[in-house]
Design a protein around this ligand. Structure first.
Ligand code: ATP
Length: 359
């Protein structure tokens, strides 16, 4: 049975609906990420789980118990929010001990727990240091230790690493995930950053305009995005319209010519309009022009060397631009040069004609 169940949660602010009928289940020990663009309702949903906000409709269940109306401080949840900063005038140890003192833990047990937590976040012996002496990354480790100290039934994190630079964030994300998995800590993690969500989550709930668009493991979302919106949000910017040219083999007439995906969604017929996405890593550069499906010659507009890969932007006509990541040294063309590409069939994802919302 799922540990945390959100059942048909709806919420309005004044007259504006912010969450519509949101249902989601989180298993014990699972890290669930709420991912989506700014304003899609992630923080509101997290605040409802935390008891900081009440839903207009729906229920929050934890371990089978309805906690929808349970006050926040009686839920035994931990919070790690970006703005939920450490107390600057207290030592590291006092920061971590704060919640334990509030709960009336005896001093001896508190000391042991603080030291255990500092070991866990790789900062042993930091008890007496002042918070202002710490680096940004160390402060976030202490914040994590503080939120984990009382053994919360559920840990909620809202963009906890948002203030850190990318390199430090990537490093801390891996550590954070290791710590949560080591503790078998159930967690709900809010972010608008797909890379962050994929790095930390067991499963991701992609949100859009107050609804859950798709839930799944990072791999499942990336391999099988449910809509052009999901594909775009997961970093795939090559989106084209086309028509089914043939079903066997599956071929689509597009502004780039015939493209052959690995598969089509069921139920489509010849001539049906479709949308398709080409993954950014799906192109190989060829030395000479080729012919047949999935062979393209496009004009290079920009080339940006990124080390392990090179980002190439290409143009077919005024309206059709594509972007690919190719192996680091494989593209030596200059802007304006023709580039010959071969697209892998499994890099082409086909969608039924879009409903107006999915754009
Ligand atoms: P972000 O990533 O920018 O924080 P989000 O996905 O977390 O966005 P929410 O903060 O949940 O989104 O906000 C969803 C919508 O609800 C927004 O349009 C926001 O302006 C509105 N909203 C949030 N809190 C309130 C409030 N207390 N009163 C009125 N409107 C609110």
């Amino acid at each position: 049975m799922s540990f945390l169940i959100l059942a048909r949660i709806s919420k309005r602010f004044d007259d504006t609906p912010v969450l519509h009928d949101v249902s989601l289940e989180v298993a014990r020990g699972e890290i669930m990420c709420l991912l989506g663009p700014s304003g899609c309702g992630k923080t509101t949903l997290l605040r409802i789980i935390a008891g900081l906000e009440q839903p207009d409709d729906g229920q929050v269940l934890l371990a089978g118990e309805d906690i929808t109306r349970t006050p926040s401080h009686k839920r035994d949840f931990g919070l790690m929010f970006q703005e939920y900063v450490l107390f600057p005038h207290m030592t590291v140890g006092d920061n971590i001990a704060f919640g334990l003192k509030m709960r009336g833990w005896p001093q001896e047990k508190i000391q042991a727990r603080v030291s255990e937590l500092l070991d866990l976040v790789a900062m042993p012996g930091y008890e007496d240091r002042q918070v202002f002496e710490l680096s940004g990354g160390q402060q976030q480790r202490v914040a994590l230790a503080r939120s984990l100290a009382p053994n919360p039934r559920l840990l909620m994190l809202d963009e906890p690493l948002g203030a850190l630079d990318r390199t430090l964030r990537d490093q801390l994300l891996l550590e954070l995930r290791d710590i949560l998995k080591h503790l078998n800590q159930t967690a709900v993690y809010v972010t608008h950053d797909q890379v962050e969500a994929f790095a930390v989550a067991d499963r991701v709930a992609l949100m859009r305009e107050g609804r859950i668009e798709q839930v799944g493991t990072p791999e499942a979302l990336y391999l099988h995005p449910i809509s052009p919106f999901a594909a775009r949000f997961l970093g795939m910017s090559n989106i084209l319209s086309g028509r089914i040219h043939s079903l066997e083999p599956p071929r689509i007439q597009t502004p780039l010519g015939l493209l052959q995906p690995a598969e089509l969604p069921p139920g489509l017929r010849q001539g049906d309009p479709v949308e398709l996405v080409i993954r950014p890593e799906g192109a190989h550069i060829a030395r000479a022009p080729l012919s047949g499906p999935n062979q393209l010659t496009l004009t290079l507009t920009t080339r940006s060397f990124r080390g392990a890969h090179t980002l190439v932007q290409l143009q077919a006509d005024d309206e059709t631009r594509l972007e690919f990541e190719v192996p680091g040294m494989s593209c030596t063309a200059q802007p304006g040069d023709p580039v010959h590409l071969l697209i892998a069939p499994d890099a082409i994802v086909v969608f039924r004609p879009a409903d107006p919302l999915s754009r």
